[in-house]
Design a protein around this ligand. Structure first.
Ligand code: KG4
Ligand code: ZN
Length: 369
């Protein structure tokens, strides 16, 4: 089976063509797809191309939604053409077309889903609408032997959540941010420091030459324990704002790397603090053997080496196996969209062309699929 998948939820236009062989051993139950069904060696990525719009948006120090839609419109046709060439297949060999249908920027989603639906309609092949968060959630399975259930920390530009992944389509939210997402916080603090967009990679780079002990960013206080593993990053952001406001231009220039390193450390400490609580909650909810405790991080922020290391240390101490996707699979890409589409397609779950893209689409709503 060959699936062509499109990702266009924000500022990356991406196309992936994936091939998978159907494993007859899998018992198919349309209402109960278990992640344990996945056999990674069944999958072959025939091609994957991406046009990152980062440079186009940098002048605005953030994503300009109208420009993002315009660029998706311009770039996707070419990306589809070269993906087909590289995969060395004829367009009629495609068995199914998938696209990210939410959550994300509605204009960007409309462009990608319209391309996918048009292609599906012309080829008379099924269409699958993919939830972007689910694609991130399943991304650690692409190149590992990870099996559900697992505890997921999803940290991206728009979301920061602790989730129990029970099976495909069955996700339980344990906690989420009350305010900014972690990636958003990285982007805003980078802007304060005069670093380029996106802020995450810029701060990570600056932090390499900084002293993370120079400034002490606030950590979630113990008295907030009643908030479980819900998170808040506005305190860290305000701390960065007040810190930079107090400095002269010279002081700020001298301390950019130190603030970046201290901020990154503050975020890592906060995530570890909350992950520790989430691990307790997970253990209570899921009665499983100690050697099956899996902790997974995914989303753009999960590509941060410092945060990966800190969370790995915590997982090790807590007796959890840690799974982190390769860095290219953490940030937005069409491979994870194709992989997720394959799980649905192999269980004959497809969508009609009336399925409208949605700017908001919580994972928990997928139960209804
Ligand atoms: O998952 P993603 O590519 O897109 C969304 O679904 O939002 O995540 C993008 C976010 C941005 O806020 C970006 O600054 C952040 O992930 N990010 C990072 C790093 N790379 C990307 N944050 C921290 N460190 C990084 N290396
Ligand atoms: Zn994403």
């Amino acid at each position: 089976m060959i699936i062509l998948a499109i990702e266009s939820s924000c500022d990356d236009s991406a196309v992936c063509i994936i091939k998978y062989t159907v494993n007859n051993d899998i018992s198919i139950n349309q209402n109960k797809i278990t992640l344990n069904d996945i056999k990674r060696d069944e999958y072959q990525i025939l091609s994957h191309y991406m046009y990152s719009q980062i440079k186009d948006h940098q002048i605005f120090k953030g994503v300009m939604p109208e420009l993002a839609s315009f660029l998706h419109t311009n770039k996707l046709k070419h990306l589809i053409q070269i993906s087909l060439q590289k995969a060395n297949i004829d367009i009629n060999e495609i068995d199914c077309v998938a696209a990210t249908a939410g959550p994300g920027l509605i204009g960007s989603l409309m462009v990608g889903t319209t391309y996918a639906k048009t292609l599906a309609s012309i080829l008379n092949k099924p269409y699958i609408a993919i939830n972007h968060l689910e694609a991130h959630a399943l991304s650690p399975m692409i190149n590992s032997n990870l099996q559900a259930p697992y505890l997921l920390l999803l940290v991206s530009g728009g979301h920061s959540q602790f989730i129990i992944v029970e099976k495909i389509g069955k996700y339980k939210l344990l906690g989420k941010t009350y305010d900014d997402a972690v990636g958003e916080c990285f982007d805003k603090v980078a802007r304060l420091l005069g670093l380029e967009y996106p802020g995450g990679p810029a701060i990570e780079k600056a932090a390499i030459n900084g002293n993370c002990k120079k400034f002490t960013f606030p950590i979630a206080a113990p008295e907030k324990l009643e908030h479980g593993c819900n998170m808040s990053f506005s305190g860290i952001k305000t701390f960065a704002l007040n810190l930079t406001k107090k400095m002269t231009k010279e002081e700020l220039d001298l301390n950019i790397n130190n603030i970046a390193a201290s901020f990154q450390d503050g975020i890592a400490q906060n995530l570890c603090y909350k992950a520790n609580i989430a691990m307790d909650m997970y253990k209570k909810e899921i009665q499983i053997q100690k050697d099956q405790l899996n902790f997974v991080i995914a989303g753009g922020v999960a590509s941060n080496e410092y945060i990966r290391n800190k969370l790995s240390e915590l997982a090790l101490n807590r007796g959890f196996n840690i799974f982190q996707p390769e860095k290219e699979l953490c940030t937005d890409n069409a491979i994870m969209v194709a992989f997720t589409a394959a799980q649905y397609f192999k269980h004959n779950i497809t969508h009609t062309l009336n399925f409208a893209p949605r700017s908001k689409w919580p994972l928990q709503e997928l139960n209804e699929l």
